[in-house]
Ligand binder design. Sequence first.
Ligand SMILES: Cc1cc2nc3c(=O)[nH]c(=O)nc-3n(C[C@H](O)[C@H](O)[C@H](O)COP(=O)(O)OP(=O)(O)OC[C@H]3O[C@@H](n4cnc5c(N)ncnc54)[C@H](O)[C@@H]3O)c2cc1C
Length: 293
Amino acid sequence: MYDMKALYEAGSVEEAVSLRLEHPEAQIIAGGSDVLVQMREGKRAGAELISIYGIDTLRGVRMEEDGTLRIGSLTSFSHITRDTLIQRYINVLGQAVDQVGGPQIRNIGTIGGNTCNGVTSADSASTLFAWDAIIELTGQAGTRRVPIQEFYIRAGKVDIRAGEIQTGILIPQKSYENTYGHYIKYAMRNAMDIATLGTSVNVRLSADKKTVERARVAFGVAGPIPLRAATAERLSAGQPVSEELAERFAQAVKEDINPRDSWRASRDFRLHIAVESAKRAFLESMKLAGGAL
Ligand SMILES: Cc1cc2nc3c(=O)[nH]c(=O)nc-3n(C[C@H](O)[C@H](O)[C@H](O)COP(=O)(O)OP(=O)(O)OC[C@H]3O[C@@H](n4cnc5c(N)ncnc54)[C@H](O)[C@@H]3O)c2cc1C
């Protein structure tokens, strides 16, 4: 059923890095919910695979000493949704990945796989963009950290160099403290469908909850890779919490997005959904942050 030349199983990050260097043509496989589907479709015939699924140190969510939240690359979607640190500090990420596929996919699919496939519709990606996530990559020379906006190079292509694997996704404390967010997945049906458009917004309000200190908004499927809408972010900083601000914020997202026509939806429809979702997600985020609306 699967036309595979060889499967190498790594028991540790070091072993995975060595296997990557020994077999440069081999592809990493984590949960396999993308890779195995592609192989079953006949793509990658005769592929060599390096499984990292057994590296338990890459699983789970931790808080580091400096307050950074660290999500291991092999952490499954269902784990993320149930995790108490995620629920407390970035609840929106748990909600976003709870909209991936169905329960089986959420149990096997990993956040590492969801970001390394470089796909614009990945349900975790827009929220990770909106929270300024940092991608940790480990290779022979040690680890390097890359802001997620630089990690995505083009559709399907991310910044993973020869001999490297992604080992973690980091959310610095300055990104999540006093910050509340909301994700809206617009899909053609409610389950087992990828996003026609994904919108993730978060806001931080002033101590008296009357002013937006800063807002972040990122989209999936509004361009070839996930992207932030900087004009709307700039426009809202320092502005009073109001419905009128939500309207202006939402209209401004059109300045930075560039969706395309596809069989799922036209560009115009995606623009319409982007504005409406940005408004709703911004209003909801302000409410979650304690803003009076
Ligand atoms: C029925 C179905 C429904 C789906 N629905 C959705 C959906 O609604 N939303 C959504 O976002 N996705 C969806 N997906 C896609 C998929 O489940 C996700 O992209 C998932 O996160 C992939 O994770 P994985 O561990 O299974 O990755 P794999 O298939 O193992 O790998 C995916 C890619 O990432 C690379 N990779 C994986 N981990 C690493 C690592 N640590 N370091 C370096 N490279 C790595 C692999 O080489 C491969 O290129 C769906 C898939 C199926 C089959």
